[in-house]
Design a protein around this ligand. Structure first.
Ligand code: ADP
Length: 435
């Protein structure tokens, strides 16, 4: 046997789990293909989650789609066929689960009331062992997962494929097409051009196989700083949406980069359950809505109701919704050019995700004392100051206090200044105090 034909670490301990890829139907009671047809005829919708590249959050999206559908009362199966990097057991903290084989087939692992999970990870020996399988072996094991796992009646089977357009997505797509289809694809990407190039291949892959595309998800789309609430476009934003438009496929929505998504993954807690009330969960919800509405729009109401009732397991640990608080030194209702001698400060709260002004307060400035204002404004919660003139020492004190400094702003009304700052049209001139 050549090295490529060995299955180091495959460690399948199930009698019924024949990973040779040959004679898969020998033991079945039906003629070839009939077992698969029988099993899959009980699954209404099959959702294939694809990505052009690894690391874009495909498995994270797959898990959160499956968990959300289950929370909405749907009967859901989650199948992980990422043979070279199965991550579903880790994402759901199921790594120690063993699967069982009975005379009826392989019993999937249960997760909550409505979700059944099967992963190639359950039958591999060690997570550090590489799997070296040829295409036909992959085809064989994927076929077994579809036909020999006791899925029962399902509303949705969510399939997490490895990145790219290789043997695994091809096998699962061909197998499901052979037995009547009902398969649709969700394609996950990040917004930068490098990822988009690969995702175009995934779209063409679906087109060649006549798999309808439910839509594209732009994951890791912008980052909202939990400290200052400011949005940064780390991998850019909007690239996935533009690409979807150009290629004529639906855009399902975008999900920001959120450190809590990583915490959730690393601790095996599905984000949509444990962080159900966050802005990022709402973004996931918007992406998942069209999938749920394949059932009926009432399902989305069910999900929203369920999520609002989810006990706030992690809520004490979650950050409050970030708010951008912009401070502006004011004299005679306008920006005071020398910030150290102003009468008041306007404090303007902005929702960083919508860039809408939430409220505006005015506070009396404290007695002038050198070096006092940065700490005083930090205590008031400010994270940005828009000023006319400011000396370099004061600027560095603000920066040390985590407050971003914008200098050289004109002597306009505070609200107008904030609006133009948010729109990116604030014209800043010379900083008259920076000498
Ligand atoms: P893939 O399946 O595409 O390889 P994963 O779902 O395994 O990607 O995600 C890769 C890493 O990125 C994981 O650590 C995951 O927690 C993290 N991740 C995914 N989506 C986000 C997000 N929106 N914000 C922050 N981290 C994310």
């Amino acid at each position: 046997m050549s090295n490529e034909n060995k299955t180091p670490g495959s460690g399948c301990n199930q009698d019924s789990c024949n990973t040779s890829g040959k004679n898969q139907d020998d033991k079945s009671q039906f003629p070839s293909g009939e077992n698969l047809r029988q099993r899959m005829s009980r699954v209404k919708n099959k959702i294939l989650v694809l990505s052009g590249k690894g690391g874009v959050g495909k498995s994270t999206v797959a898990v959160n789609i499956a968990v959300s559908l289950a929370l909405a009362g749907k009967r859901v199966g989650l199948l992980d066929i990422d043979i070279h990097g199965p991550s579903i057991p880790k994402l759901l903290n199921l790594e120690k689960r063993k699967i069982e084989a009975t005379e009826f087939g392989i019993t999937p692992t249960g997760y909550g009331d409505n979700l059944k999970v099967m992963s190639i990870g359950f039958i591999l020996q060690g997570e550090d062992e590489p799997v070296i399988w040829r295409g036909p072996m992959k085809y064989g094991v994927i076929k077994q997962f579809l036909q020999d796992v006791v899925w029962g009646e399902l509303d949705f089977l969510v399939v997490d494929s490895p990145p790219g357009t290789g043997d695994e997505p091809l096998s699962v797509a061909q197998l499901l097409m052979e037995v009547g289809g009902g398969i649709q694809a969700v394609i996950v990407t990040t917004p930068q051009e490098l990822a988009l190039t690969d995702v175009r291949k995934s779209i063409n892959f679906c087109r060649q196989l006549s798999i309808p595309i439910l839509g594209v998800v732009e994951n890791m789309s912008g980052f909202i700083c939990p400290r200052c609430g400011e949005a940064s476009e780390i991998f850019k934003t909007g690239g996935g949406e533009r690409m979807a438009r150009e290629m004529g496929v639906p855009f399902l929505g975008s999900v920001p980069i959120d450190p809590q998504v990583v915490d959730a993954s690393d601790s095996g807690k599905p984000y949509m359950y444990h962080y159900a009330r966050t802005e990022t969960a709402k973004a996931f919800g918007r992406v998942i809505r069209p999938i749920l509405e394949m059932g009926s729009s009432a399902d989305m109401d069910d999900l929203e109701r369920t999520l609002s009732q989810v006990p706030p397991v992690e809520e004490e640990k979650t950050m409050e919704k970030p708010v951008m608080k912009i401070a502006i030194p004011v004299a005679n209702d306008r920006l005071a050019m020398h910030f150290g001698h102003c009468e008041q400060f306007a404090l303007i709260d902005v929702d960083p995700s919508t860039k809408r002004i939430l409220k505006q307060d005015s506070v009396q400035a404290p007695e002038h004392q050198p070096g006092l204002l940065p700490a005083w404004l930090k205590e008031k919660g400010a994270n940005i100051i828009i000023a006319g003139g400011m000396g370099s020492r004061a600027q560095s004190l603000f920066t040390q206090n985590g407050i971003k400094v914008v200098t050289g702003a004109p002597g306009d009304e505070p609200k107008k200044l904030v609006e133009s700052y948010l729109a990116g049209t604030l014209k800043t001139g010379e900083n008259i105090c920076d000498h």
